[in-house]
Design a protein around this ligand. Structure first.
Ligand SMILES: Nc1ncnc2c1ncn2[C@@H]1O[C@H](COP(=O)(O)OS(=O)(=O)O)[C@@H](OP(=O)(O)O)[C@H]1O
Ligand SMILES: Nc1ncnc2c1ncn2[C@@H]1O[C@H](COP(=O)(O)OP(=O)(O)O)[C@@H](O)[C@H]1O
Length: 208
């Protein structure tokens, strides 16, 4: 059966005998979403990988949902126009929510340039377990790094709609963690990861 909007009806929620609380007890941690947003080249993947290693060393189970990687599979039908980015973020937000429900510390590392899309992901998670991390790095630094040569191509007009060049990036207004240069120097990957670990520790995510 389908509704007038073409959506299926007669769908019910199936409860399962083992819940999030049981899984968290098993893992001795609390499931959450660490949503890392920022320009291309701002260090999202570097932070996610360093944080993932640190959590692993501490015996904590985590998983990285990386925008670039997901575009090889789950999101391979999507491009970079606004509605595709929105759908990209929506899907990853839903997957991240499932991982957090599984009890994992789920890092989502995507540019996620539009505030409303990030806010949607927050709205479907329980508020306290959605941790938005803003990689507040200047465009000049990201462009100087340009590890994939994409800024160069965008400046040459060979890529259209590149975030920060001719497509917008809307910085968070109320993120939990902001990572930015101190006295013009970007913190090391370990220092960035430590900042997030400290937050997770203080908020009690690293124990059941
Ligand atoms: N037009 C355009 N704009 C921005 N980025 C582009 C574009 N085309 C390709 N790329 C590469 O795709 C990576 C970003 O993918 P995301 O899924 O994170 O993007 S988004 O959240 O949907 O905006 C991004 O990876 P990162 O550099 O790791 O951020 C780029 O390598
Ligand atoms: N804290 C840092 N200090 C020095 N170099 C960094 C730091 N974070 C990232 N980088 C470098 O900057 C480049 C872009 O980082 P990356 O993590 O791929 O960014 P993003 O995932 O946001 O595109 C890489 O070459 C990486 O080694």
């Amino acid at each position: 059966m389908y509704s007038s909007l073409g959506k299926p009806t007669n769908i019910f929620w199936q409860e399962c005998p083992v819940g999030k609380a049981d899984r968290q007890k098993l893992l001795n941690q609390k499931g959450c979403v660490v949503w890392i947003t920022g320009l291309s080249g701002s260090g999202k993947s570097t932070l996610a990988c360093t944080l993932g290693r640190e959590l692993h060393n501490r015996g904590k189970l985590s998983y990285i949902l990386d925008g670039d990687n997901l575009r090889h599979g789950l999101n391979k039908d999507l491009g970079f126009k606004a509605e595709d980015r929105t759908e990209n973020i929506r899907r990853v937000g839903e997957v991240a929510k499932l991982f957090a429900d599984a009890g994992l510390i789920c890092m989502a590392s995507l540019i996620s340039p539009y505030r409303k899309d990030r806010d949607f992901c927050r709205s479907i998670s329980s508020d306290a377990s959605f941790i938005e991390v803003f990689m507040n790095m200047p465009l000049e630094l990201c462009e100087e790094r340009d590890p994939k040569g994409l800024y160069k191509l965008a400046r040459a007009g060979k890529i259209k709609g590149f975030t920060g060049i001719d497509d917008p990036y809307e910085p968070p207004l109320n993120c939990e963690i902001e990572i930015r240069p101190e006295n013009g120097v970007c913190p090391s990957p370990c220092t960035m990861a430590e900042q997030v670990v400290t937050y997770l520790e203080e908020k009690g995510f690293l124990q059941e």
